[in-house]
Every structure is written in structure tokens, then in C-alpha cells.
Design a protein around this ligand. Structure first.
Ligand code: ADP
Ligand code: AMP
Length: 217
């Protein structure tokens, strides 16, 4: 099963990805997580992408496509995968289509999580992530048990630099300009499935699982 989670920053893609991946036994793949890891480890890729991420701009397509191709070559993707945060531009979507055709795979569904912009700003400014494992929290809607400490791995919770308000506004504008056109792109293919992301985390999850099951029969 080859799935894409589409939606603006803060829609809940990362929150849903781990559970959906576990449900369908496919690895969740987040390009944003891969870039944050590269920055943390100070790799050459990390150095190249850091300034784009800090500014809330997209990383150039060729850098993104390089890491995605490498990741999709790993054996754990043989039965499928769940992409979170990729593709984000039409050229990335075209490149993904070509790559999958070459591998004899096809997309199963594209899940578009829809949320109003005002809600997104509140979600992103309250988001906290675990510095060690990337688990996602929110100061109001998804609190950790022990303040500042990850429930899963005990790592420290931090605010992402690109979640400060000025950067958030730019990321939402970048989404509208560069990523939103993918909704029409995938609607054309008949693969698009839209989910109301303003519901509770559990209800969004149920809506996604139900939608996928209906599609695969
Ligand atoms: P994305 O990966 O799409 O950028 P996240 O999954 O990181 O979004 O979610 C953004 C923030 O919103 C996080 O703080 C998360 O805890 C919170 N959140 C996610 N889904 C919901 C929801 N359905 N209701 C309320 N808060 C949510
Ligand atoms: P995310 O964790 O998905 O919110 O991504 C964080 C940041 O990583 C984005 O604002 C971009 O700078 C960069 N990024 C992640 N995925 C992509 C992508 N597919 N294309 C371009 N930039 C990306």
C-alpha cells in the first residue's frame, strides 16, 4: 500500500502518520524529520537545507528527491510506505510518479487533511516535539504526562524554530502557493480522499482508516 498524507503545516500529518503506518504495517516517511535529523547530525545535507527550513521555505526539489529516492530504495518499503510532507511541489509529484512506475508500484490513495488557517496557527504555535524521537505534542490538545518530558522516550520537548509565528505565516503562504496545487493534481487521478482535520485526533484517525479500507476493499 502506497499512501501520501497531504495537508498544510499543522494539519496533523505527523500525528496521524505513526498510527496509520502501524495500522497498515508500512513505514511512515517524513522528509521534514529526515532533514531535521541531518541538521542535528550536521551532515553535508543538513548544512545545505538548514537555511531553507529556518526561513520556512521549501528545500530545493533536487535535494528532496535525492533523499526520497534513497529512502524508497530501502527494503522496508517493499510492501509500501506512507509519505508525510512529500511531495510538496508538482515537480516532486511528477518525479514520484516516474519513480513508482519504474519500480512497478502505484499510489493507493492520497489523504488530504483539511484544516482552516486560523486553527493551523494555533496548532503550530502550541506544537512541541521530542528532541530525541520526534514525537509530537501540543501545549493544549496533546499534553505530555510529565512537564517537558517525552512520554515515549523521556527526551526533552522543544519548540521547532520554524514554529515561531513569523515563520509559520510564511510556511502557510508557501503551502498555498507551492503545495496546494497538488490537491487538483491528485484529484485528476481519482486518488484523492479528503478528511476533515478539525476533528479530534482520534476522529481524524478513524476517518482516514475507514477511507483507506473503503478504497482497498
Ligand atoms: P503536521 O505534521 O501536519 O505539520 P502535526 O501532526 O505536527 O502537523 O500537528 C500540529 C500540531 O497540532 C501538534 O501540536 C499536534 O499535537 C496538534 N494536533 C494534530 N492533530 C490535531 C487534532 N486533530 N486536534 C487538535 N490538535 C491536533
Ligand atoms: P515538515 O516537518 O513536513 O513541516 O517540514 C519542515 C520543513 O522541511 C519545511 O518547511 C521545508 O523547509 C522542509 N521540507 C520538508 N519536506 C519537504 C519537501 N517535500 N519539499 C521541500 N521542502 C521540504
Amino acid at each position: 500500500m502506497q499512501l501520501i498524507l497531504l495537508g498544510p503545516p499543522g494539519a496533523g500529518k505527523g500525528t496521524q502518520a505513526a498510527r496509520i503506518g502501524a495500522e497498515f504495517k508500512i513505514p511512515p516517511i517524513s522528509t521534514g524529520d529526515m532533514f531535521r535529523e541531518a541538521i542535528k547530525k550536521q551532515t553535508p545535507l543538513g548544512e545545505q537545507v538548514e537555511r531553507y527550513m529556518k526561513a520556512g521555505e521549501l528545500v530545493p526539489d533536487e535535494l528532496v528527491l535525492g533523499i526520497v529516492r534513497e529512502r524508497l530504495a530501502a527494503p522496508d518499503t517493499a510492501q509500501g510506505f506512507l509519505l508525510d510532507g512529500f511531495p510538496r511541489t508538482v515537480p516532486q509529484a511528477v518525479a514520484l510518479d516516474q519513480h513508482l512506475t519504474e519500480k512497478g508500484q502505484a499510489l493507493t490513495a492520497v489523504i488530504n487533511i483539511e484544516v482552516d488557517p486560523e486553527i493551523l496557527v494555533a496548532r503550530l504555535s502550541g506544537r512541541r516535539i521530542c528532541q530525541d524521537c520526534g514525537e509530537v505534542y501540543h501545549v493544549v490538545t496533546k499534553r505530555e504526562q510529565k512537564p517537558g518530558v517525552c512520554d515515549r522516550c523521556q527526551g526533552p520537548l522543544i519548540q521547532r524554530e520554524d514554529d515561531y509565528e513569523a515563520t509559520v505565516r510564511n510556511r502557510l503562504a508557501v503551502y498555498a502557493r507551492q503545495t496546494a496545487p497538488l490537491i487538483a493534481y491528485y484529484r485528476e487521478t481519482g486518488l484523492l480522499m479528503t478528511v476533515d482535520g478539525a476533528q479530534s485526533i482520534d476522529d481524524v484517525y478513524q476517518a482516514i482508516v475507514t477511507g483507506i479500507r473503503q478504497r482497498v476493499g
